[in-house]
Design a protein around this ligand. Structure first.
Ligand code: F7E
Length: 276
């Protein structure tokens, strides 16, 4: 167990993604020992965190350690939690593409919904549920067919995709673990957030990449789908910092939400601390 002088230990699922990479950077800059779970792939999938290796050429890890695992594999989650002994767990792993969730709905539910349960259960199986702070990357897609605008923590959910339905289960299982086991478990409901590291099949990167290609004469036009969609956009770097327990410890979170709202975002970053 880490003593007070030891670095804080955080485990991030989805560390190779846009948010995972920014969160890893942020926590490392705060002196954390960061562990990440990566899926085995025949090609390297660590492009976004490559610069966090102490020696990128040889993949020698610095204050970041990677573990092979998968949200669909309970035993590997138990094994990783028991060996890492994290104090903070950030669950950012997901099949995160809304359109793809209609094509791969069962897989989306396995990873996004049951995967969250597996991770919580792994923490409990290891008997770490009273010492771990757990953050769940929740989503504004829970509001789906919105019931009121702007949305707040009390706005009813109305999910409209297999992705949103899976994330709704994850949201409630986190609440349930908090209430049933008195676990410090939080949901951060994040609206769209973008960056140069955004996946290329999300609409922002699709447009920016297409514009670049058009300007270079490599493409004639870009074809889009539904142009009536409305989104609230922020920068991923800001969003993960607000979501980290590093920030929550020194700032009242509801105040942070108000700050966000007051400066023009309708983003609701909801972190529900358990109440004794
Ligand atoms: C908060 C939420 O945010 C993200 O979900 P998303 O908003 O669906 O992401 P997007 O950037 O792919 O789409 C934005 C909107 O733009 C529409 N759209 C039109 N034409 C195209 C088009 O050609 N491609 C794409 N991808 N979208 C298009 C599309 O139908 C949608 O209405 C994920 O992080 C998700 O994980 C999450 O939690």
């Amino acid at each position: 167990m880490a003593s007070s002088g030891s670095p804080k230990i955080a485990l991030i699922t989805g560390i190779t993604g846009q948010d995972g990479s920014y969160l890893a950077e942020f926590l490392i800059s705060k002196g954390y020992e960061v562990h990440g779970i990566i899926r085995r792939s025949s090609s390297f999938n660590t492009g976004r965190i490559q610069h966090l290796y102490s020696n990128p050429a040889s993949h020698v890890e610095g204050s970041m350690k990677l573990h092979y695992g998968d949200m669909t594999d309970s035993s590997c989650l138990v094994q990783i939690i028991s060996s890492v002994q994290p104090r903070e767990v950030y669950n950012l792993a997901a099949q995160s593409h809304v359109k793809v969730s209609f094509d791969m709905s069962e897989y989306t539910a396995e990873v996004d919904a049951v995967g969250t349960l597996r991770l919580l259960d792994a923490i409990k199986t290891c008997k770490f549920h009273h010492q771990v702070k757990f953050y769940q990357a929740s989503t504004s897609e829970l509001y789906g067919k919105v019931v009121e605008t702007p949305q707040t923590e009390t706005t009813p959910f109305y999910p409209r995709s297999p992705y949103a339905c899976a994330k709704l289960y994850a949201y409630w299982i986190v609440v349930n673990y908090r209430e049933a086991y008195n676990m410090f478990a939080c949901n951060g409901i994040l609206f769209n957030h973008e960056s140069p590291r955004r996946g290329e099949n999300f609409v922002t990167r699709k447009i920016t990449r297409s514009v670049a290609k058009i300007s270079l004469g490599l493409m004639e036009y870009v074809q889009l789908g539904n142009l009536d969609s409305k989104r609230d956009w922020g920068h991923a770097k800001d969003y993960v910092e607000v979501s980290s327990f590093e920030r929550i410890e020194w700032r009242d979170f509801v105040h942070t939400y108000r700050l966000y709202r007051d400066i023009g975002h309708i983003s609701v970053t909801k972190l529900q601390k358990y109440t004794q």
